[in-house]
Design a protein around this ligand. Structure first.
Ligand code: DQA
Length: 146
């Protein structure tokens, strides 16, 4: 069974309350519930975690390497624009990953144009609010069963 791990970075635990005009009205719990359902319908094994800590994210990625996870979906959130450590962890485990954002980061502030992940991702899905995660999983499915 194909294993997919979903990693969500800082402040995404506040989705639904946090800047709803930018990130949408839905909670992370609701978004992940839909994603789990979609994965189950497609016969994929999916787990997900959220952390506000960079070190925990690095540890979780290293663990995914040990657990032979096949694909990662990651929303590094604020770490997208700062984290060499999370980038290095993804390169170290060599697990193909899709970078996801709820907002359209490319049309936001200049500091969000700095990105430590896009050049090493399979692809980037950005701007579709919670649906970005479903689109990322669909993209992985398309790679598995072209
Ligand atoms: C985000 C975009 C980031 O710039 C921001 O820091 C976030 C969320 C998104 O999903 O749109 O926390 O990754």
């Amino acid at each position: 069974m194909v294993k997919v791990s979903v990693f969500n970075g800082p402040n995404l635990n506040l989705l639904g309350q946090r800047e709803p005009d930018t990130y949408g009205q839905r909670s992370l719990e609701d978004i992940m519930r839909d994603l789990e359902q979609f994965a189950a319908d497609c016969g994929l094994q999916l787990d997900h975690m959220q952390t506000n800590s960079e070190g925990e994210m690095v540890d979780a990625i290293q663990q995914a390497g040990k657990d032979a996870v096949d694909y990662i979906i990651i929303n590094p959130a604020g770490y997208t624009h700062t984290s060499v450590a999370i980038r290095d962890a993804l390169l170290a485990v060599e697990i193909p990953f899709v970078e996801v954002h709820l907002s359209a980061v490319n049309s936001r502030e200049p500091f969000r144009q700095v990105n430590y992940f896009s050049d090493i991702a399979i692809g980037v899905i950005s701007g579709f609010r919670g649906e970005s995660y479903l689109l990322a999983l669909q993209a992985i499915l398309n790679r598995i069963e072209p």
